[in-house]
Design a protein around this ligand. Structure first.
Ligand SMILES: [Zn+2]
Ligand SMILES: [Zn+2]
Length: 208
């Protein structure tokens, strides 16, 4: 894909994920060891993956890119609304890179929610659809609103400007919509992850 420009929409969300096929979080890790992870149990590797919310400069649309651990320090150093250039190496498997832009227009929006850091967690829960995770979060006090996706918002686009596929569409829509229900989920997830970080599996792949 050709490099494109964006503003940072909020902090990058980092999770230990299984990234073979569809990238999904490690259930064991997400639940602080409370639940077993079927993907760990079949020996799938897990790695830190970042979900970075952006506003595309071209049209201001909210988009989300998946970034890898190697770029974490640099990406976490980017401030809200910082202008960035986004690209990827020639190979399909090359990681996405995000570099600060030195000269760029300032971010502005008439949408109040977009002046605050974007809340990604509800969107991520929707795209992940990890069995057991939603139930676990609800049991621990997350807002039930996250279980009812809002299908009415305008369809957002993904990082290369093309529409999201079905798998990502609902999530991206959630992200594009005002995310007032998000904070409760963030709180629960935050509390869970603040505890001791378990190994990704009790009987896992043996190389952690
Ligand atoms: Zn796992
Ligand atoms: Zn591993």
């Amino acid at each position: 894909m050709k490099p494109w420009q964006a503003w940072i929409a909020g902090p990058c969300h980092w999770y230990l994920c299984h990234s073979k096929g569809k990238t999904k979080p490690c259930l064991h890790h997400m639940t602080n060891g409370a639940l077993k992870c079927p993907r760990c149990e079949v020996g799938e590797h897990a790695e830190e993956v970042g979900y970075l919310p952006l506003y595309r400069m071209l049209d201001g649309k909210p988009v989300m890119v998946i970034v890898h651990e190697a770029s974490r320090e640099q990406i976490d150093g980017l401030k809200l609304h910082a202008p960035v250039q986004v690209g990827r190496g020639a190979e399909r498997s090359d990681p996405v890179w995000v570099q600060p832009m030195l000269v760029a227009p300032r971010y502005t929006s008439s949408i109040a929610d977009r002046l605050k850091p974007a809340k990604l967690t509800p969107s991520l829960l929707k795209i992940w659809k990890v069995p057991g995770l939603m139930e676990w979060l609800l049991k621990r006090g997350a807002a039930p609103a996250i279980a009812a996706p809002d299908e009415t918002a305008a369809p957002p686009v993904k990082s290369d400007g093309k529409p999201f596929d079905g798998f990502h569409a609902a999530a991206a829509r959630r992200y594009a919509a005002p995310a007032s229900a998000g904070s409760a989920v963030d709180d629960v997830l935050g509390r869970a992850l603040k505890g001791k970080q378990p190994k990704p599996s009790t009987n896992g792949d043996g190389h952690h």
